[in-house]
Design a binder for this molecule. Structure first.
Ligand code: G3I
Length: 371
């Protein structure tokens, strides 16, 4: 009897302590500066959101997101494979939840993405005619963009249509619809979503050759009398190797075309990789050196990461008149896609918050860039 009582008391004490520690970290989260408030006069601060975050499975996470970010991009749920799984079937459940999430927490949503060669619905593989690809392309843009017009703030209308040398990527859209598919996607989006900003989004498009291809695309869209409001530079970079000069040159050149400039998927990889960019089709084989920091990031790398983020944000602030948004690709290190790409199951540290939402040195450096 006494033993049973003791066990119950111990369990209660453990639960109480766990709750206290939850309360403690929740209270701590409220004391750290807010990114969205810090940069509110400069540009929007965004994050990518996954299913659990959109479903608000953890109230502390929800409060944390609402305090730190005023813009959000769905990491996966608006991609065509998920939102348009069958020829005549759409699944709007998660996207609708995301819209409600944005409304509730005063967070603007960037739709991602209407036309992308990756994460296409499985039925596309069985299509081998121009007519059918054209029908999918038109129906998809019309249906999805019109449903969310006025509900999302903006769309990444076309994502990653370019190769590294600035030529057009050989996607199913290029193959069947030809070079003009990008302009046509914007034309359809403009008709379906007159109240929504329309963007072209890519990675490595700060690099000179790819940038030149991107500039050609933007000029072509404009020359056709079609609306394009902005260009997204994804910003998947590597620690100690941030191409600041190319980034600055790109901000200037894109802004000179009369479009808004955004950094749309920012993260800084700290793990070894033998190529640059974010081509999800590219993979690496694991070896003994590929996961060097399974338990913690060494101070030297942490310091370099903080210096890189500081330099980036100084540059962003220098050009704040041209930049409208900076979005991180994930809320904290534990959420990042870089834990599973280009090798599965690594431990990466690419963001401003650690796996417990605690600010890293990089966070404080970023906050301190605002005078
Ligand atoms: O949902 C399935 C799950 O049911 C299954 O058990 C599991 C096993 O593999 O896969 C899950 O799907 C994964 C999905 O993420 C959700 O976690 C896919 O395999 C995985 O390929 C997918 O990766 C996404 C990647 O795009 C490919 O579409 C990443 O989360 C997402 O961060 C990444 O985002 C892209 C941007 O959209 C465009 N720019 C590059 C960026 C990084 O690759």
């Amino acid at each position: 009897m006494l033993l049973k009582k003791l066990a119950i008391t111990t369990r209660t004490a453990v639960l109480l302590l766990a709750n206290l520690s939850l309360l403690h970290s929740a209270a701590l989260a409220q004391t750290i500066p807010s990114l969205r408030d810090t940069f509110k006069k400069d540009f929007g601060i965004g994050t990518a959101l996954n299913n659990a975050q959109i479903n608000e499975t953890n109230p502390q996470t929800t409060a944390f997101i609402a305090r730190q970010f005023n813009m959000a991009t769905p990491e996966n749920i608006m991609k065509s494979a998920l939102i348009h799984p069958g020829w005549d079937t759409y699944d709007f459940e998660m996207a609708d939840k995301l819209i409600a999430f944005g409304k509730k927490h005063d967070i603007k949503i960037n739709g991602h993405t209407l036309i992308w060669h990756s994460q296409l619905p499985a039925f596309i593989r069985g299509i081998h005619s121009k007519d059918s690809i054209q029908t999918f392309f038109t129906n998809h843009i019309k249906t999805v963009a019109s449903r969310y017009d006025g509900k999302v703030f903006s769309w990444d209308v076309v994502n990653e249509a370019l190769n590294e040398d600035g030529t057009m990527r050989k996607s199913v859209f290029l193959q069947y619809l030809g070079d003009d598919f990008v302009t046509e996607a914007f034309r359809l989006a403009q008709q379906a979503a007159p109240k929504t900003e329309l963007y072209y989004n890519d990675y490595n498009n700060e690099q000179p050759k790819k940038r030149a291809g991107c500039i050609d695309l933007i000029r072509k869209i404009k020359a056709a009398g079609v609306r394009i409001d902005g260009v997204g530079i994804q910003g998947h970079w590597h620690v100690g190797r941030i191409p600041l000069k190319d980034i600055e040159e790109s901000i200037l050149q894109y802004a000179a075309l009369g479009v808004k400039v955004m950094f749309t998927e920012l993260d800084i990889e700290v793990l070894p990789r033998n190529f640059q960019g974010a081509d999800v089709g590219q993979r690496m084989t694991a070896n003994a050196q590929s996961n060097p920091y399974p338990t913690a990031l060494p101070d030297s790398v942490q310091t370099q990461l903080a210096a890189d983020y500081e330099a980036l944000f100084k540059l962003f602030l220098k050009h704040k008149d041209k930049i409208t948004r900076v979005t991180f690709w994930g809320v904290n290190d534990g959420d990042s896609w870089l834990n599973n790409w280009p090798i599965r199951g690594r431990t990466s540290y690419p963001l401003l918050f650690d796996r417990k939402d605690q600010p890293k040195p990089a966070f404080y450096k970023v906050i301190a860039t605002v005078k």
